[in-house]
Every structure is written in structure tokens, then in C-alpha cells.
Write a protein that binds this ligand. Structure first.
Ligand code: DC
Length: 221
């Protein structure tokens, strides 16, 4: 069974998807990590981000693997290096290209073959796993998402002004929304969960309830 969780940056998708996978006894796939790994590879190779053909040609030689919850680039574990600001800032140059999205979507489908998985991203229910039995769109207001990120960074000893976080987040929301392919939107058959005012435990319970309802209605699961 495939459970997709899509939604904007900062909606808490990653931790909810990881926790939901654990509680369901499923595996977890963070598709943003694959976009990040491809971007890191391009940065390391000093690919010209203004040159789409160069990006596409380069991407064909990149070997990305997903190992439980680590991402490997040509066998090297890059799970930490992909979380740095230069990678985050450059992702759009790749994520906007349909050829790159197709390649990464193909990798995602191959990873999921024959598995019970919770996959998390922007386009999982709308493009990559259109036949998924359970689709969830997890969202929250921009202010709430920025506030949570602010608290998270402060707890990590890296406080940033709330306005700065909100500004960067608004820019990423816009990039995700207007992307020609793989734009962020709920699938028609997705269950939308707006997590404003909810604790992460409450969100997790709602996600699990949604999955179990579908499992109950489908005797093959
Ligand atoms: O979820 P994340 O912040 O790690 O994702 C990083 C970027 O990758 C995000 O800004 C948009 C892109 N992305 C995408 O276009 N499609 C996905 N399925 C996952 C991520």
C-alpha cells in the first residue's frame, strides 16, 4: 500500500510521514531528499544552473539511492550535506525542469515497487503515485508554519527573525505553486488536513485514522 503525504514547506510532513510509517510498519520515502541529492551533485560538479541542457545532461550520470531513511549519492551518504542553505536555494533550478522531475519520479516509483510505503513530497498524489490508495495533503497557515520553524531553529541554537523565515517561506511557496510540472496542489481524491492549532500527535492520529479507514474498506490490505 502507498500512502502519499504532500504539502507546503514547513507543514511538518517529514516528521509526520516518518512517524506514520513507523506506526503502520511501513517504509518511508522523503522525495525532497532525492531532489536535494541531485542538486548537491550538480553544485559539486559546478554545473551552470542557467543552462538547462547542461543540467539535464549532467543529471543522467547521477546515481541516487534511498536506503531506509538515508540518501546516497554514488554510494556516499549525503543525508546531512543536502540540508545546507546553498542546496535549498539551488533546488528550484532542477525542480522546475520536467526532464529532471521525470527522472526523479521514475526513481521514486522504482523504490516503491512491491513495498508498503509512506511517501512525502509535493507531487506524490498528483503525479508520481496517482493510483495510491491513500492520499493526504497536509497544510497549515504560513504564519503557523513560520512560527514552528522559528521554534525549531531556536531549539537548535540557530534563531532567525520570524519575518525572515516567513519571507523565505513565502518565496518557496510561490516557487512550489507556479512550477509548470509537479506544482503543489492537493490531488482531487486527497484528504486535506489543516494542522493549524493541532499538536503533532493530533496530526499523526488523524493521518493514522485516515489510513486505517481506507485499509478497512479495502480487503487486500
Ligand atoms: O521537502 P523538502 O523541503 O526537502 O524539498 C526540497 C525542495 O524540493 C522543495 O522546495 C521542492 C522540491 N521538491 C519537489 O519539487 N518535489 C518533491 N516531490 C519534493 C521536493
Amino acid at each position: 500500500m502507498i500512502v502519499t503525504i504532500d504539502g507546503p514547506a514547513g507543514a511538518g510532513k517529514s516528521s509526520i510521514a516518518r512517524d506514520a510509517a513507523e506506526r503502520l510498519g511501513f517504509e518511508f520515502l522523503d522525495t525532497g531528499a532525492l531532489y536535494r541529492a541531485m542538486t548537491l551533485a550538480a553544485i559539486r560538479a559546478q554545473v551552470d544552473f542557467q543552462n538547462d541542457t547542461e543540467i539535464i545532461d549532467f543529471s543522467e550520470s547521477v546515481q541516487i539511492q534511498w536506503d531506509g531513511d538515508r540518501v546516497l549519492l554514488g554510494g556516499e551518504d549525503v543525508s546531512e550535506q543536502i540540508r545546507t542553505p546553498p542546496v535549498t536555494d539551488a533546488i528550484r533550478f532542477l525542480a522546475d525542469l520536467p526532464q529532471i522531475r521525470e527522472r526523479l519520479s521514475q526513481i521514486q516509483r522504482e523504490i516503491a515497487v512491491g513495498r508498503d510505503m509512506v511517501t512525502e513530497g509535493r507531487d506524490q498524489g498528483t503525479e508520481v503515485f496517482t493510483d495510491a490508495q491513500c492520499k493526504i495533503f497536509l497544510t497549515a497557515s504560513p504564519e503557523e508554519r513560520a512560527k514552528r520553524r522559528h521554534q525549531q531553529l531556536s531549539a537548535m541554537g540557530r534563531p532567525l527573525p520570524l519575518e525572515e523565515i516567513l519571507k523565505a517561506q513565502n518565496q518557496r511557496d510561490e516557487e512550489d505553486r507556479i512550477r509548470p510540472m509537479g506544482a503543489l496542489r492537493p490531488a482531487e481524491d486527497a484528504t486535506v488536513i489543516d494542522s493549524d492549532g493541532m499538536t503533532s500527535e493530533e496530526v499523526l492520529e488523524q493521518v493514522l485514522r485516515t489510513v486505517r479507514e481506507i485499509q478497512k474498506g479495502d480487503p487486500t490490505h
